[in-house]
Ligand binder design. Structure first.
Ligand SMILES: *Cc1c(COP(=O)(O)O)cnc(C)c1O
Length: 373
């Protein structure tokens, strides 16, 4: 392609629409099978998907639920987290990480991030432990696993449960182990923008712990093991058969899509090598799955302006840390409480990344960035 035609390309943030169009027939067929079967709730598709996702995550069990948010909430409850407990987590995430802690009855306590990876800093977790602490919720932000080895050591030393928010990190690994497989439970989201997305909402808890799997499976159906005689107060939080059928079609392509994302990231890194913006730092022994390709710049506003002007989409994940959002005012946080988190929220910028992003599109994005100043 000539330079001019490259510069005329517009680059969207994701390709969800295109992805669905490309597999429309397959998806429609899978949905039609569910329609024909007459089985809508917790039928064979959900069961099969639970097995397939557990296998992918190298866990014994998978339990489908209504969303990633519910996966976190139910996993915490299944771990025994109760009203009045404190749960340590990161403030640099989507709000679901923390609101599910509150909905499980506990108080979120925020530890600052490692500015290199944007993931929670294990040392900072230690400083936040009190006698009320019962669990840690770790987020693998943007698709890069956090330091699970260190975090599990701390948890074991203090008798804490660990739940992983793997919403952005399906199939990512650290030291050869999949996210969700080394802690008490991993929580996946199948929201359309995730690496494996359905056509609506969906989520799953993966775990090696039989008791946790069983408890989540009970909590998702009103706390009932046997119908109409509930043993505990639960929820209605099921994964639909239609969504499971859609996910099983898409799951066949996940590996290829992930490799495409990793190749796109490598190409971005190469093009941006000598630029003034900071490309993602990836820890040794990490398999990053790039739900987002997030760069860092103290002149983010200028970058956004230039990208927008040139038809390139970009997004800030997340502009306001959770502890400073209105919904968390009651917890009494103030600016300055989490220096690295607050700084990152001012400087991060996620660039377009999706499995079918072309070399020309990456060239376009990086040309605009390099020409921005
Ligand atoms: C998407 C997301 C969630 C919530 O998942 P839903 O399925 O939308 O409820 C939780 N945590 C993180 C980090 C996410 O990106």
């Amino acid at each position: 392609m000539h330079k001019n035609s490259v510069m005329n390309l517009s680059v969207p943030l994701t390709d969800i629409e295109e992805q669905n169009k490309a597999m429309q027939e397959e998806l429609e067929q899978a949905i039609a099978e569910v329609v024909k079967s007459g089985s809508c709730i917790l039928g064979p598709e959900v069961k099969a998907l639970e097995g397939e996702i557990a296998k992918l995550s190298m866990t014994k069990y998978g339990v489908g639920v209504a969303s990633g948010t519910d996966a976190i909430k139910l996993a915490l409850l299944a771990c025994g987290v109760k009203t009045g407990d404190e749960v340590i987590t990161t403030s640099f995430s989507f709000i679901a990480t923390a609101d599910s802690i509150v909905r499980a009855g506990a108080t979120p306590v925020f530890a600052d991030i490692d500015p290199a990876t944007f993931n929670v800093d294990a040392e900072k977790i230690k400083q936040k432990i009190t006698p009320k602490t019962s669990a840690i919720v770790v987020v693998h932000l943007y698709g890069q696993p956090a330091r699970m080895d260190k975090i599990m050591d701390i948890a074991k030393e203090h008798g804490l449960k660990v739940v992983e928010d793997c919403a952005q990190a399906i199939s990512a690994d650290y030291q050869g182990q999949k996210v969700g497989s080394t802690s008490d439970a991993g929580c996946l989201s199948f929201f359309p923008s995730k690496n494996l997305g359905c056509l609506g909402d969906g989520g799953m808890v993966v775990t090696n712990d039989e008791k946790i799997a069983e408890t989540v499976a009970i909590l998702r159906v009103h706390g009932a093991k046997t119908k109409y005689n509930s043993e505990t107060i639960g929820f209605n939080s099921r994964l639909d058969e239609i969504q499971a059928a859609v996910l099983r079609v898409k799951l066949k392509y996940l590996k290829e899509w992930t490799v495409n994302r990793q190749q796109a990231a490598a190409s971005y890194n190469e093009h941006l090598k000598n630029s003034f913006i900071q490309t993602p730092y990836v820890q040794p022994k990490v398999g990053h799955v790039y739900n987002q390709y997030t760069v860092r710049s103290s002149k983010r506003d200028v970058l956004i302006e230039q990208l927008t002007k040139n038809g390139v989409a970009s997004a800030v994940y997340y502009p306001i840390p959770i502890h400073l959002q209105d919904a968390f005012k009651a917890f009494g946080h103030k600016e300055g409480d989490l220096i690295e988190t607050e700084k990152a929220s001012q400087e991060v910028l996620s660039l377009p990344i999706f499995p079918t992003i072309s070399a020309e599109q990456i060239k376009k994005v990086t040309s605009v960035i390099k020409g921005a100043f």
